[in-house]
Design a protein around this ligand. Structure first.
Ligand code: GDP
Length: 455
């Protein structure tokens, strides 16, 4: 399974400007056929260009525009939106022979709103005579203009070099470097219902440091941020129990505040949901539901493992507990589950192993090619899963939406492009997600899905 963060270069342009020819030139012999069912749309949407440094995926957005010919505006919009959402560099192709058309102007206007590198490719520049058109294209307002003849292979090497230059200057944050000791600490919210053992866990982790940290001012009145280091890595524990500690002496019956939990969860990069393994209740699920609603990465820590069938064999106890907890938290099947005992200080390391696994997994999603192979495998092997949407509905392409400022543990947002917008069956999305998770487990991370199409 290829795990990579390949950059994407999108080719955008109205029909017949030579997008396919350019696509084939850039791909050379490395065309990876992603979508090869004849008659659906076109046969290729993504290929890899390995001649470039760094290598990149080329995406021909024309594939989503071919089924509807009567509405250029919609087509233009859908293609541009797709490119703006997913690409690192956009090649806007125009026909050097025909000159600037109204559709070109419209497309240019949409694309220019982006901060992404845009290269205007004036194609079909096969002869000196045609080059006299060249200056006309400056009115489209692009700084970078390349002339090519995709049919004859002219200007391709230069274009690849320019694309490479842009890809190399994509800011470091977009390439998500591995976390180092100097990276900002991951913020872990320790959440759970009263008496789950939050205070005990925080105490067990920070031990004697408690007196030092108790003076640190909280950023909100509900929680205290505690700097914590484990295995050379920095974390911030968002301790929701800390502030209540003194009051607790007088007030044995605590109430659970959903607002308080919500605020801490919102601030967190990852939630450490603590539950009492010796008795899981509705209230535990209620906290978990907030995490699900806010779409936060999460691990479930099954505390008080020491009280769970203490007489039985360790392996059996563990298996049984995990089975019970999976049933209780069936709506979070991806969350790692870690049995611990805060009181005995047992297995605390495993919490941080899981946090690091989640972090690493989130930062290494599959490439666009692999994602699309999975999508089309699902469609081909279980077409019925698409459900009521019918034959005329086709899912064409899947891509991760690239965010400008991804969270330290980014929650993937996958957009499915279709020939028209239709409501997908939840069961189809669940099935697709479970197949995707077989190759990319994305432990502890929820997935967001959306669909785009034309109208
Ligand atoms: P909080 O309300 O979530 O902060 O929970 P506390 O940390 O105050 O713990 C509630 C009760 O559970 C206390 O009496 C703790 O001593 C007890 N407790 C916490 N963790 C464990 C554990 O791992 N094993 C056992 N046996 N008791 C625990």
């Amino acid at each position: 399974m290829e795990i990579q963060n390949t950059k994407i270069v999108a080719i955008v342009g109205r029909p017949n400007v030579g997008k396919s020819a350019l696509f084939n030139r850039l791909a050379g012999k490395n065309i990876a056929i992603v979508h090869d069912r004849p008659g659906v749309t076109r046969d290729r949407l993504i290929a890899s260009c390995r001649k470039a440094e760094p290598p990149f995926d080329i995406m021909d957005t024309g594939g989503i525009g071919e089924t509807i010919e009567d509405d250029f505006n919609l087509q233009v919009k859908a293609e541009a939106t797709l490119a703006l959402d997913v690409a690192d560099v956009i090649l806007f192709v125009v026909d050097g022979f025909q000159g600037v058309t109204p559709v070109d102007l419209e497309l240019a206007k949409t694309l220019r709103q982006s901060t992404k590198p845009l290269i205007l490719v004036v194609n079909k520049m096969d002869s000196e005579k045609r080059k006299q058109h060249g200056s006309e294209f400056s009115k489209l307002g692009f700084k970078e203009i390349h002339e090519t003849s995709a049919a004859h292979g002219h200007g391709i090497t230069e274009l690849i070099a320019t694309v490479g230059k842009h890809l190399n200057s994509v800011p470091a944050k977009a390439t998500r470097p591995p976390r180092t000791a100097t990276a900002p600490p991951l913020k872990l919210a320790i959440i759970g219902r009263p008496n789950a053992g939050k205070s005990s866990l925080v105490n067990a982790l920070i031990g004697d440091q408690r007196t030092i940290v108790s003076d640190i001012a909280g950023t909100t009145r509900d929680s205290i941020d505690i700097p914590y280091e484990h295995d050379g890595k920095a974390y911030t524990l968002i301790d929701t129990a800390g502030l209540r500690r003194k009051a607790k002496i007088h007030d044995a019956v605590e109430t659970f505040s959903a607002q308080q939990a919500t605020r801490s969860i919102k601030r967190a990069d990852l939630c450490v949901l603590l539950v009492d393994a010796s008795g899981m209740t509705m209230q535990d699920r209620k906290v978990a539901q907030i995490v699900v609603e806010l779409q936060k990465p999460c691990i479930i820590v099954l505390n008080k493992f020491d009280l769970y069938h203490p007489g039985a064999k360790l392996k059996d106890r563990k298996e049984e507990l995990l089975e019970t907890a999976r049933r209780e938290f069936f709506f979070m099947p991806h969350a790692p589950m870690i049995p611990i005992s805060a009181k005995e200080g047992q297995y605390l390391d495993k919490i941080f192993n899981a946090v690091e696994r989640v972090h690493h997994g989130a930062q290494n999603p599959p490439g666009t090619g692999a994602l699309n192979r999975i999508l089309h495998k699902v469609i081909d092997t279980s077409p019925a899963a698409l459900g009521r949407t019918g034959k005329s509905f086709n899912l064409l392409y899947a891509s991760f939406i690239k965010e400008d400022n991804p969270a330290p543990i980014p929650v993937p947002h996958i957009v499915l492009f279709a020939n028209r917008v239709d409501k997908l069956q939840d069961s189809f999305l669940r099935h697709l997600e479970s197949v995707l998770r077989k190759t990319w487990p994305a432990e502890g991370i929820p997935m967001r899905w959306s669909i785009r199409g034309k109208g």
